[in-house]
Design a protein around this ligand. Structure first.
Ligand code: SF4
Ligand code: SF4
Length: 420
């Protein structure tokens, strides 16, 4: 019961007025269930968003409300046990990507994503983090990378990318305007992203750099729900930005990293004064609209192509117009929208750390079937996106389901279609 006590302590610590108001406001209408890709794809009521915050509700009511205490005293409600923690670990880490689609439909305006993140926090305090996620976090603490790429291996990789794609990657340039922060998914699975972004930056004449200290932008502390680790990884990026004296940090192709730096950071750490945090999707729009880059019109207009909206970049970040602006230039006759799209887009199923948990594979593949349905409905076999985590889920799922699709990164499309 020691683990349960840790979780309860964390719940009590977290249960301030805001959490109480959110829990009290829930009418148990169940509308959030219909928004969740894990629930829709499985029909499993345990995956409905409201159930994912059930532990938090029980802890709150049992501790802070008369009815909750009565229910416990009369045996109508059972006290939270270690086996409950086991059960909710598989629900809150493996069947939630923190995509916040549920919050969008809740008629009471309940921020389910944040509450579920709070449940993860309590599970983390109880030592109930899935092993794969915990290992990746440990590697990020020790090596600076959840995939275990230490500084020497990172430098080798940078040299290799520069040779392979014949590009210049400016590293640790003091006084550059923009510090680009990449993920280890890009480094190991989509290394060409470094080259594509280098080409775009050069074409736009941007003064930019990559930091050897702030070299990993994905925040596994956020996935875990551990505030301590979230702060540690955020500080690495902000300290690097301050040391180099840059004006802005540009997250390349990652949604959750963008969330951590763009919003979570301001509640947890001292963000260097005046430092802007932006995403490559926004920067591409900025360069295009300022005439700093030009694209070959119709360069990808030979077949249907669609866009996958990433939860943190489009739904939360609002970078909805820029990818569509790019696609309307590159494929003016063949860009088709999936339905639903934009802020209502359905999550790919791999975010929130889910893709790094082996036991969750079946759940994320099941959830991905919704994307297959969306693609089939419009008959598209080409899709692009601005998040490398989504891209990994797409490429992995395409292999799993043996689909003949082509998956592009947004920066890739732009870099390959630049007017010389
Ligand atoms: S939609 Fe909102 S009010 Fe309805 S069950 Fe879900 S969280 Fe509660
Ligand atoms: S945040 Fe997304 S994955 Fe998590 S419960 Fe809500 S809709 Fe489902």
């Amino acid at each position: 019961m020691l683990a349960t006590q840790e979780a309860l302590n964390q719940f009590v610590e977290d249960t301030g007025g805001w959490v109480a108001s959110q829990l009290e406001a829930c009418t148990r209408c169940g509308m959030c269930a219909e928004a969740c890709h894990f629930y829709i794809s499985s029909g499993n009521p345990a995956y409905s968003p409201v159930w994912k915050m059930e532990l938090l509700r029980r802890a709150y009511e049992g501790r802070f409300t008369l009815s909750g205490r009565l229910k416990l005293a009369l045996g109508i409600e059972k006290p939270i046990s270690d086996s409950d923690l086991d059960t909710w670990r598989t629900i809150d880490y493996e069947a939630c990507t923190l995509c916040n689609r549920c919050s969008q439909v809740c008629p009471m305006g309940i921020d389910l994503g944040s509450l579920i993140h709070g449940v993860r926090g309590a599970l983390a305090a109880a030592g109930e983090v899935p092993k794969d996620l915990e290992d990746a976090t440990q590697k990020q603490i020790e090596d600076g990378s959840p995939l275990g790429v230490d500084l020497d291996a990172w430098k080798d990789r940078m040299d290799w990318i520069q040779d392979e794609w014949e590009v210049k990657l400016p590293i640790d340039v003091k006084g550059a305007d923009t510090m680009a922060v990449f993920t280890s998914i890009e480094l190991m699975k989509f290394p060409s992203n470094f080259a594509y972004i280098a080409k775009i930056m050069e074409a736009a004449g941007e003064s930019w750099t990559i930091s050897s200290k702030g070299r990993e932008v994905v925040n596994f502390g956020l996935f875990e729900g551990s505030t301590e680790h979230t702060i540690l990884f955020l500080k690495r990026i902000f300290d690097a930005a301050e040391e180099l004296g840059v004006k802005r940090v540009m997250v390349t192709e990652c949604g959750h990293a963008y969330e951590a730096l763009r919003w979570t950071s301001f509640n947890l750490v001292q963000v260097p004064k005046g430092l802007e945090v932006t995403h490559i999707a926004g920067v591409l729009g900025e360069f295009l609209n300022a005439g700093r880059i030009k694209l070959k019109a119709g360069a990808m207009d030979d077949n249907l192509i669609t866009f996958h909206d990433a939860c943190k970049i489009q739904r939360k970040g609002g970078h909805i117009k820029e990818p569509r602006q790019i696609l309307n230039i590159l494929a003016p006759n063949n860009f088709v929208e999936m339905t639903p799209n934009r802020e209502d887009g359905i999550c790919c199923g791999g975010g929130g750390g889910v893709i790094s948990i082996k036991e969750a594979d079946q759940k994320r593949f099941d959830a991905f079937e919704l994307k297959i349905d969306q693609m089939n409905e419009i008959g598209a076999k080409r899709v692009t996106m601005a998040c490398s985590n989504c891209r990994l889920q797409f490429t992995d799922s395409v292999q799993h389901f043996d689909l003949d699709w082509k998956i592009y990164g947004l920066s890739q499309m732009v870099a390959e279609s630049l007017e010389e």
